[in-house]
Ligand binder design. Sequence first.
Ligand code: DAT
Ligand code: MG
Length: 146
Amino acid sequence: MANAERTFIAIKLDGVQRGLVGDNIKRLEQKGFRLVKSEELLKQHYIDLKDHPFYPGLVKYMNSGPVVAMVWEGLNVVQTGRLMLGETNPAEPKPGTIPGDSCIQVGRNVIHGSDSVQSAEKEISLWFKPEELVDHKSCAFDWIDE
Ligand code: DAT
Ligand code: MG
């Protein structure tokens, strides 16, 4: 590919603390730079669906480009995250949910969230080494949680 120079970019702790992660990524996307980091873990990630006819297509699609993998934390984050993510199938849209507002195809539903605390634990350990997960207290914590 032409213009394939690459750089490493990290949003630093003050950017994280100040809630500027999304805005900084948005600026790079808007400029037209391409996100490169790719993970080859998708077969394993979706292994429970291996008997479904859509499994090979799902893995192929998920492996065809970079994925932004994150771990988020907070009160009831698994269940509330799933509510924000809405139905798996965006043909049954719930306006206000992420897929409900951004997609039309079940196989192109933009965002994944673990469906239980147990699968979250499994998925987090598949995608990240324990030492990559930094325990820190956000400066906003006391204004959000108690
Ligand atoms: P979820 O992602 O809501 O946990 P899932 O685990 O059943 O749902 O499915 C995982 C992904 O597989 C889903 O995000 C998109 C794809 N998928 C599910 N059902 C599908 C179908 N009937 N046809 C094509 N892709 C499907
Ligand atoms: Mg699932």
